[in-house]
Design a protein around this ligand. Structure first.
Ligand code: DC
Length: 216
């Protein structure tokens, strides 16, 4: 059994940025489970599958998701094709939140996630890692920040990339995605009883990284 760190929290809380840094400092493998849901969402969008739970449940039978690591960076393989550079859009993120409600989708990814954790020292982020995927994780963190702060960070990030966007629309999107992820029937986003809550609204990235490493 590897040493397992579970990080859950809402969209845009900085989970992946933080988890990547912690992984580097501890020489752990970083597992981004959101990317797996995004890959399935990307497949559904590419194949014009309706935003309908039964349709998604049926189509997911044709989907195979695997992870690979290139220079320490996680890559997602969708039916053998590396789709990592296509899954970061808002459209794919919103569809990922939809497909994540479907039990057949979650079942498909659960074994993959658990097997990675069994064999390696990992830090895994997502929505249900501490509550459902790795209930016996050695360290559990619930990382959050106000929706205002999360929207500000996302807005800044997109502006820096030269992508034009509307800050208030970003905040509305974030709130809608949280609602969907927190209120679904299967494995909703919530803080595990034994997780440490970190609100990063007024913390730097390095402060959050240090706080997590201290929990080890
Ligand atoms: O973290 P992210 O934005 O890449 O995740 C995209 C969506 O995937 C998220 O809105 C909900 C879903 N997800 C999930 O249901 N369970 C996880 N462990 C990770 C992501």
């Amino acid at each position: 059994m590897g040493f397992n760190i579970a990080i859950d929290g809402p969209a845009g809380a900085g989970k992946s940025t933080i988890a990547k840094k912690v992984a580097k400092e501890l020489s752990f493998i970083y597992v981004d489970t959101g990317a797996m849901y995004r890959a399935i969402a990307y497949y559904m969008l590419q194949n014009n599958v309706a935003k309908d739970e039964a349709a998604v449940a049926k189509e997911v039978e044709n989907v195979d998701v695997k992870l690979a690591y290139v220079d320490g960076e996680q890559q997602v393989l969708l039916n053998g094709e590396n789709v990592s550079s296509f899954i970061r859009t808002e459209e794919v993120g919103n569809m990922a939140s939809f497909v994540a409600k479907v039990s057949e989708v979650r079942a498909k990814l659960l074994d993959l996630q658990r097997n990675l954790a069994k064999e390696n020292d990992i830090i895994m982020d997502g929505r249900d890692i501490g509550t459902n995927v790795l209930p016996n994780a050695d360290v559990k963190v619930y990382l959050t920040a106000s929706s205002e702060e999360r929207a500000n960070r996302r807005y800044k990030e997109l502006c820096e990339k030269g992508i034009s966007c509307d800050r208030d629309e970003i905040e509305r999107d974030i709130i809608a995605r949280d609602e969907q992820d927190m209120n679904r029937e299967i494995a909703p986003l919530k803080q595990a009883e034994d997780a440490t809550l970190i609100d990063s609204s007024h913390m730097t990235i390095d402060e959050v990284v240090a706080a997590i490493i201290k929990l080890k």
